[in-house]
Design a protein around this ligand. Structure first.
Ligand SMILES: [Zn+2]
Length: 84
């Protein structure tokens, strides 16, 4: 049986890690993934439809525009127009 706690190449302890959309065992010494599976954050498995309300935002504030574009999944210019 393979020991998933140690790197097969260098014998170092493997670190359980999640990065972007992958999870698995990572060897910090070899700087590589040893075992990898897809990681799907709970938010992406949620099929509930939500309604959002924009209460106040400043169309000259880049952080407000960026936040709205990320949440609403629209580009920067669309978000800026939405705030005005
Ligand atoms: Zn290693």
């Amino acid at each position: 049986m393979i020991d998933f706690k140690k790197c097969e190449e260098c014998g170092a302890n493997l670190e359980q890690k999640i990065q972007d959309r992958i999870q698995g065992a990572f060897c910090n010494q070899c700087k590589k993934w040893v075992i990898v599976t897809t990681y799907m954050p709970a938010i992406f498995q949620d099929t509930t439809k939500y309604k959002m309300y924009l209460c106040s935002a400043d169309s000259n504030n880049k952080e407000h525009i960026k936040a709205l574009s990320q949440i609403a999944n629209i580009n920067f210019l669309q978000a800026k127009r939405m705030i005005k």
